[in-house]
Design a protein around this ligand. Sequence first.
Ligand SMILES: [Cu+2]
Length: 161
Amino acid sequence: MLRKLALTAAFCLTAVSAQAHDYNLGDLKIVHPWSRATAPSAPAGIAYMMIDNRGVSDKLLKAASDVAKAVELHTHIMDGPIMRMRQVQDVDIAGGAETKLAPGGLHVMLIGLKAPLKEGTTFPMTLTFEKSGSVTVEVQVQGISAGAASHGASPETKRKQ
Ligand SMILES: [Cu+2]
């Protein structure tokens, strides 16, 4: 609890910049959870992070946040030339390895946003792992085109309409 408060306090000081921030949960380190700002009408948002596992293999079972009506774990698959999203039941977090939730791959889908995600703000998201338990992280909302190497926010959200 004290550690969480300390992290939150440290984070508040740097909230306006897109600096890296991370959270420890047993052998797991959740590195820089982030999301993109959404257009006012966008029905969905997406969150990303990197999970560094210094212990034995684990599984990300669930992500939860009050910013959306439903939160799902997704991946992208190639369907011929088209990249599509597909829900997955859980995400393998291999031991001694880094698992990336990043544009074009695994991600957390925030379906039915209650309000647009605004750049420079943060929102809490609780991650539940099979062995390591749960941790609540603050997701940084970055610019609408942040990290858009593979695809932007708009094609993603259009598909959900
Ligand atoms: Cu998705």
